[in-house]
Ligand binder design. Structure first.
Ligand code: UDP
Length: 360
């Protein structure tokens, strides 16, 4: 294939679980935005295809109508593949099929079976950025199949996430990155803790609430309300804990609240693929106390930029909160600057795209 090394034509196809900008897609929305911004800054041509209703500051989008996909986290491991009538997932990929000849490479952000299945039927290469660990068998199978047929085209956030899939080859681990200029360092925090993320059972918010209760420190909660009954149960179970839910905030508002906190708690029940909120906290100089599994265990430097705690151990969180004085907040910001800049993210993705195109 004749590809100009300095100028790529890229088509990004978004997650079908909701419009971009609503938070329904979780951290992959921020990753998509940051990768897209950086590719445009580097002079590449880029088009994003996303569900109707998407809003992305200063990046043009092709908006596609249709019904949203159900979220993979809510499914059983043996669940069949479900695609509704007038599916936005199918509609986005039909659009991609029609315009594919205008692009060098298509990047898939959907954690869904269909784009993997369609890969051999496209005449342009498709790179798949997988945003969660293994959740259901039909997906595991198609991911492994595409990895075998198109080596190097499956990218993950972290190696612990990649290890949950049954793939017999080294896959690119692309990590994440943020625009550090949007996050301000705060040296003198208030006596409060933060918890950020989608309010959903796999995120284990109740453990952070329990730890805040024992430590007797107020907890600020920010993020998309995905499961209202789960939230109401937490409020019922912990009526006396000083928690404050601030809603789903813009990055600018969120970092203003986050940076004033002594620490951020990350208490996922599931194998968190990465955890963009961890690097956002570090960028503000906020140490992260997290369960020691998945993405956070690859991000946090235990004792330096936070603490890694035995998974599901609330007392471990409380012990770590008591040791926060050991953490130098500048070290947190420094780690974010060194490892998680959007430029470093852009380098990793660009290299991945070129490797795929060169292997054709
Ligand atoms: N987030 C946000 N506003 C909030 C709270 C969270 O925009 O008030 C974003 C945050 O920037 C991050 C995402 O929500 O990008 C959560 O992603 P993460 O990777 O931590 O977890 P996921 O939802 O993908 O499981």
């Amino acid at each position: 294939m004749n590809i100009s090394p300095s100028h790529l034509k890229l088509l990004f196809v978004s997650t079908p679980v909701g419009p971009l900008g609503t938070g329904l897609g979780g951290g992959v929305e921020l990753s998509l935005y940051n990768i897209a911004q950086e590719m445009l800054r580097r002079g590449h041509t880029l088009q994003i295809v996303a569900p109707q209703g998407s809003t992305f500051k200063s990046i043009p989008l092709v908006q596609i109508p249709g019904n949203f996909q159900i979220i993979a986290q809510s499914q059983e491991r043996t669940a069949p593949i479900i695609i509704s009538e007038n599916s936005v997932l199918a509609n986005m990929w039909e659009y991609a099929r029609q315009v594919q000849d205008d692009y060098d490479l298509i990047l898939n952000f959907a954690y869904d079976w269909l784009p993997f299945y369609l890969t051999p039927f496209f005449n342009r290469p498709i790179a798949h950025f997988v945003s969660m660990g293994s959740l259901y068998e039909a997906m595991d199978q198609i991911v492994a199949q595409v990895a075998a047929q198109f080596p190097g085209t499956i990218g993950f956030y972290t190696s612990s996430q990649a290890a949950t899939f049954n793939i017999n080859q080294q896959c690119p681990c692309l990590s994440s990155g943020i625009d550090l200029s949007l996050y301000q360092f705060c040296a003198q925090p208030q006596l409060e803790l933060a918890w950020l993320g989608r309010i959903a059972p796999e995120k284990g918010l109740e453990d952070a609430v329990a730890a805040a209760q024992i430590a007797n420190i107020p907890l600020k909660i920010m993020g998309k309300m995905q499961d209202k009954s789960y939230w109401e149960k937490i409020c019922q179970d912990y009526p006396d804990v000083p928690i404050k839910y601030l809603g789903f905030m813009s990055t600018a508002q969120m970092q203003q609240e986050l940076r004033q906190c002594r620490a951020m708690l990350m208490t996922p029940r599931w194998m968190e693929a990465f955890g963009n909120v961890a690097i956002e906290a570090l960028a503000c100089g906020v140490p992260v106390i997290a369960y020691n599994r998945g993405g956070p265990s690859e991000i946090i430097q235990d004792g330096m930029t936070g603490f890694l705690v035995e998974p599901d151990d609330v007392n471990g969180l409380v012990d770590a909160i008591a040791r926060l004085d050991q953490i130098e907040r500048y070290t947190c910001r420094n780690q974010a600057e060194t490892e998680y800049s959007v430029a470093a993210l852009g380098d990793r993705f660009e290299l991945w795209f070129r490797d795929i195109l060169q292997s054709l």
